[in-house]
Design a protein around this ligand. Structure first.
Ligand SMILES: [Zn+2]
Length: 395
């Protein structure tokens, strides 16, 4: 049975009753709670008893095809060289008995349980595996349409030029990927300009966005991002390109990273971070101050690169706020646009994609990342404790 009415939801300082339009997937009515709102619990009406409203989260960097969730434990090896790591990962993934589709569904269910309703996934392509991973992810995207919004990046993990992947990238973009991915134009392809130009040629040919993995360090990385911003401007792709990781922005001096932040702002290039604890990362507060769009993503979750990660974006937002010492109210609240596309205060007609959690207010929620009592996507209950009392969504 579906829930169409949730009473006594805390939004800012007040309690409100929310009516859901399940056909349209919207919140159709938001009315102040009354005495009659309390204690009503039927198959279609729930009393939230003051649980706080939070927007559903957006995970802008994830890999549906790399993780080992639900698989037997696989010990990792020390990371020595990137090419060595790449062949290690390829062997591990090829040895898994399950399909990419099966594993993609597992991770999506985990993300939904935390209240994430939109993701951007990078999907490996190369001349050996072709677009086989992508075909599975495209199939799973259809299964979850209306519940999980999925942007797909065709990702030449072995290096675009290094692995001779331009043809397979074209196949991927033709098949339905809407972003051109890439990785380390210097470190892997060893030709920064040629690699970036080939990336943007693909994006022009298929009218695609671009999202580049960049681990190249220091001034090498800085040069790469600067060229990336130039090419974004030249191609008139502002707002549709991003650099993921960009550790170099935390490795150079503050004035150097500020100068590049200004260039990113004027070219409208976003930075996406997974908030790593074990290395330098972009100065997110500086990027925000300069007006650069910043998103957060999980990246590795129990895969050949890292055993860490649980797919909880609210918790990752808390990690970011803590790492940068955002203890003031305004600073805590500035975390939300990095982990969500939806507003903290909903209005009638907004998508019914939200989280209910026990928190005093939104500041407390980002600081404590409480357990999700309920997570809704397009009006459907998709996660949290409430979902355990219902037979979960039928997809
Ligand atoms: Zn990644």
């Amino acid at each position: 049975m579906s829930i169409t009415q949730i009473n006594r939801v805390r939004i800012n300082e007040g309690l409100f009753d929310l009516t859901l339009d399940l056909e349209k997937g919207l919140i159709s009515r938001i009315a102040p709670s009354t005495n009659a709102s309390a204690g009503v619990n039927t198959s279609s009406v729930r009393d939230a008893e003051g649980l706080h409203y939070l927007p559903s989260t957006t995970d802008m960097h994830i890999h549906l095809d790399k993780h080992f969730l639900g698989e037997p434990w696989r010990p990792l090896q020390p990371f020595i060289t990137l090419p060595g790591q790449l062949s290690f990962e390829k062997t591990m993934l090829a040895s898994l008995p399950t399909t990419v589709a099966e594993r993609a569904r597992r991770l999506i269910q985990l993300l939904l349980s935390h209240g994430t309703t939109k993701i951007r996934t990078h999907v490996d392509v190369d001349p050996q595996i072709g677009i086989s991973h992508l075909e599975h992810v495209l199939q799973v995207r259809e299964e979850y349409r209306g519940v999980m919004e999925i942007e797909i990046v065709a990702f030449p993990q072995q290096g675009l030029l290094r692995s001779d992947s331009i043809k397979v990238m074209k196949d991927a973009l033709r098949a339905g990927a809407e972003y051109v991915g890439g990785v380390d134009p210097a470190g892997l392809d060893r030709q920064v300009d040629r690699s970036l130009e080939a990336t943007f040629e693909l994006s022009a040919e298929f009218n695609a966005g671009v999202d580049l993995h960049l681990h190249d360090p220091g001034h090498l990385g800085l040069y790469t991002i600067s060229r990336f911003a130039d090419l974004t401007l030249q191609a008139d792709k502002g707002g549709r390109t991003a650099v993921s990781h960009a550790y170099c922005l935390g490795q150079v001096s503050e004035s150097e990273s500020r100068e590049l932040a200004q260039q990113l702002k004027s070219a409208d290039v976003a930075i996406i971070t997974s908030v790593p604890l074990d290395r330098a990362m972009p100065r997110v507060d500086q990027l925000i101050a300069e007006g650069v769009t910043v998103h957060v993503g999980s990246d590795n979750i129990l895969d050949a690169w890292s055993p860490f990660g649980n797919g909880d974006l609210l918790a990752r937002g808390a990690k970011l706020a803590e790492k940068f010492g955002w203890i003031l109210d305004d600073a805590l609240l500035q975390t939300y646009p990095l982990i969500s596309e939806n507003p903290l205060t909903p209005k009638e007609g907004d998508a019914a994609s939200f989280i209910l959690a026990a928190a005093t207010n939104a500041k407390h929620a980002i600081a404590s990342a409480p357990i999700r009592e309920a997570a809704f996507s397009g009006g459907k209950l998709v996660g949290g404790k409430w979902s355990e009392q219902f037979s979960l969504i039928s997809i």
